[in-house]
Design a protein around this ligand. Structure first.
Ligand SMILES: [Zn+2]
Length: 477
């Protein structure tokens, strides 16, 4: 007989001989539902959500905003917008008016420029914790410095119904980290372009493939200064990762998923907000205990450990076995006009630059020379940042084509030109040629592709839709 030791953390390399499901027969349906109760929902005042923030403030003494609305569906650049808007005298500027929570902006596809002046409370300044500006206009937005430098995007409103991982919808992004220097100074200012569309457009009655609803308005849901408990937020991230492993598509065949289900439950069991952790020390100890349990799935997540994680580069040595790289797929033409695509590019990629500056290991890949050309023309500051990060091998242009093209309707000549102009652009701007064709969302492939791609210098081909038509997912094949 052998001993059951599959949960022992001391056996560093031993192979799992007994699955977690044998050791711990959790009832999957009930346990799954329970995991949803650890954050948010009806128990938000008792569960992990109750300790994520130390304080939150939204009164007009601390949060002053005014808004200027661009005429019609026009999309002025920062300089044009802020000239009309004359920031600096919130609430009194000609053409702009006071803006506060509950105020509605619209209709669909219009753009609005918000001037935000924040006064950081003294108690926030001395707390030695990150201070966040939580801004949720219930639609998409882009945050700029008062000088016009794009910082990153906001995706407001509830999470979309896009279900990346089963039970996991998390595209809402409404937090802006206030720089420490501004926290210390006690005053902070940003300009925000609010654009009245959702991540997936404005389909009628919430159905994204319906024609757009021309008359949607969006209410300002949050404009709060928040002092967070960063260790509690780290615990929330740990729990989310463990939960996603537990509920992954391959869970039935994965010993790790079974263990993650047990660990996620153990984390919940170890946390009792109703104990009313009396002191900071008690709270920290409780969080630390839960994070130690998470480490049974996630491993050592300490700062020290993370520093030694490999960052991929073209010169990666033989030790590198697996790469993960950030990517967001932006349809050049879909449920909105080109001007909205251009904004989505600026929002998505400025956010990646922001993440690269905050997380030295972060890398990101993006395709479509046309999207880079729009950025260069309309958002030269962001393009400069992208160019810098391409040189550093962290922002990786992929695909070598002008856009992620269709393969069925275009002629062979057209396909050749996709790669001629695409590779030419990447070579001219960044001194590189792509080696991988990148068509993740093309609905059908042409038989002449291998020849054309080889002659365009491609060594690899990437897609995720090779069998979509035969699976009944699409009609064009
Ligand atoms: Zn697509």
């Amino acid at each position: 007989m052998f001993k059951h030791n599959s949960t022992s953390s001391s056996s560093s390399t031993s192979y799992e001989r007994v699955t977690e499901s044998v050791n711990h027969p959790l009832l999957k349906g009930i346990t799954d539902k329970r995991l949803r109760l650890f954050t948010g929902g009806h128990f938000a005042s008792q569960n992990l959500s109750s300790i994520l923030e130390r304080d939150r403030i939204d009164d007009r003494e601390h949060v002053k905003m005014c808004v200027w609305s661009a005429p019609g569906e026009s999309k002025p650049k920062f300089q044009e917008a802020t000239q009309a808007f004359a920031p600096g005298k919130a609430g009194t500027d000609e053409g702009s008016k006071e803006y506060k929570k509950g105020d509605r902006l619209g209709p669909s596809w219009t753009n609005h420029w918000v001037h935000v002046e924040l006064t950081i409370p003294r108690s926030f300044q001395s707390a030695n914790e990150p201070v966040i500006f939580e801004f949720d206009p219930e639609c998409e937005a882009l945050i700029f410095t008062p000088q016009g430098k794009a910082l990153h995007a906001i995706t407001g409103g509830p999470n979309s119904d896009k279900d990346g991982v089963p039970g996991n919808q998390e595209d809402r992004r409404v937090q802006h980290v206030i720089p420490q220097a501004a926290v210390d100074a006690g005053i902070y200012e940003v300009i925000i372009e609010v654009s009245c569309n959702g991540m997936f457009g404005l389909g009628m009655n919430g159905y994204r493939h319906q024609r757009p609803d021309p008359n949607r308005y969006f209410s300002l849901a949050f404009a709060d200064i928040v002092l967070i408990n960063s260790e509690a937020v780290n615990l929330e991230l740990d729990f989310e990762m463990v939960r996603q492993v537990a509920q992954s598509a391959d869970r039935e065949h994965s010993s790790l998923s079974h263990r993650a289900l047990r660990v996620a439950n153990d984390m919940m069991n170890a946390f009792r907000a109703s104990n009313h952790y009396q002191t900071e020390e008690q709270l920290s100890a409780a969080i630390e205990k839960c994070r130690r349990i998470a480490a049974r799935v996630l491993g050592d997540m300490s700062e020290e450990r993370r520093k030694t994680l490999c960052t991929a580069s073209r010169e990666s040595g033989p030790d590198a076995k697996m790469w993960a790289i950030g990517h967001c797929h932006i349809d050049t033409a879909w449920l909105w006009s080109y001007s909205v695509t251009q904004q989505k590019i600026a929002r998505s990629w400025s956010t990646q630059i922001d993440l690269m500056r905050r997380f030295p290991n972060h890398q990101f890949a993006a395709s479509s020379a046309q999207q880079y050309a729009w950025l260069e023309e309309l958002y030269p500051d962001i393009f400069e940042d992208v160019t810098e990060m391409v040189k550093a091998d962290r922002f990786i242009p992929v695909g070598g084509a002008w856009i992620e093209h269709d393969c069925i309707l275009p002629s062979g000549e057209s396909l050749c030109r996709q790669y001629l102009y695409g590779q030419r652009y990447f070579e001219e701007k960044f001194g590189i040629r792509s080696k991988e064709a990148w068509l993740p969302d093309t609905f059908g492939y042409a038989s002449q592709l291998p020849q054309i791609l080889r002659l365009a210098g491609m060594e690899y081909f990437f897609t995720q839709k090779a069998s979509l038509a035969s699976e009944g997912g699409s009609s064009y094949s």
